[in-house]
Design a protein around this ligand. Sequence first.
Ligand code: GTR
Length: 329
Amino acid sequence: MKRRLFASLGAALVGVAAVVSLPATSQTKVVWKASDVHPLGYPTVEAIVRMGKKFETQTNGRISIQMYPSMQLGGEKEMIEQAQVGALQIARISVGAMGPVVDDLNVFNLPFIFRDEAHMRKVIDGPIGAELLDKINTNPASRIVALGWMDAGVRNVYGKKAVPTPADLKGQKIRMMGNPIFVETMNAMGGSGVAMGFNELYSALETGVVDGAENNPPTLLAQNHYLVSKVYTLTGHLIIPEIFIFSKRTWDALTPEDQALLKKLSREAQFEQRKLWDEKTVTAEADLKAKGVTFVPADKAAYYKATQPIRDKYGVKYAALLKRIEETK
Ligand code: GTR
């Protein structure tokens, strides 16, 4: 009798639970597509995966995120285009690839404008960072919503030979991201800049179509470029943050509550990625050294001097902003 009572009580409770959860489950489940050029486990990818888990928990499974890593949905240019038409929702993009879409961002694509990573972080965390995200959001042509910033460390040159001074880069074909500023920067540094998609780079390095490239240590490791490029010269010419963006088309169809949740979880993802980034930079450097990559110091003052024409040429229209960046302590 008692047992039957408990059984029916249990059934009643299950019934209550089903009724209570009905509003959530009766709404259509949404799966947002997220994309990154890097593999699973890379800090930017991991931060979005974690954000997806939080979304799932906090919306009772109504919204989740499916990550498509490792360029499965194409390069960054393609990812931006897909976000613009709503074919994907979240894309993590280097500011290098965003410059051609929203010109104001190109200020971050100039060589040696940040003293170091800490300086860059101060800038993106402060009013300048907020203003630039806003420029993306209010630019009708961008058709994307900027969710937040991510870290991408310091970019250094890698290849088969050490390039401690600009003279060492003479005749070296170095792959740069597809933005004219970068090609001109490499030319000013003494090398020969070649604009090329990230997806073509490994084979270009392997076959000698280019002699080298430039990037941060986690990328050199994660993209396996170290297998064919064993010398990493610490030129430190670019410190380019990354952003993660959302499709404006999808955003406009969200409820204000979901928009607010997305903003909140994005802010958390930004700082979670930073923590993951710092950890990964340390382990990546150690891993690369263990795998036979030589780290070579560079004459940074010489590279700074060599790239002055680029700051002069492109910096004019960002003069006020550049002054504020410099004054950020
Ligand atoms: C990496 C960045 C990628 C991509 C790549 C490149 O540091 O995380 O988003 O921009 O550089 O050089 O193309």
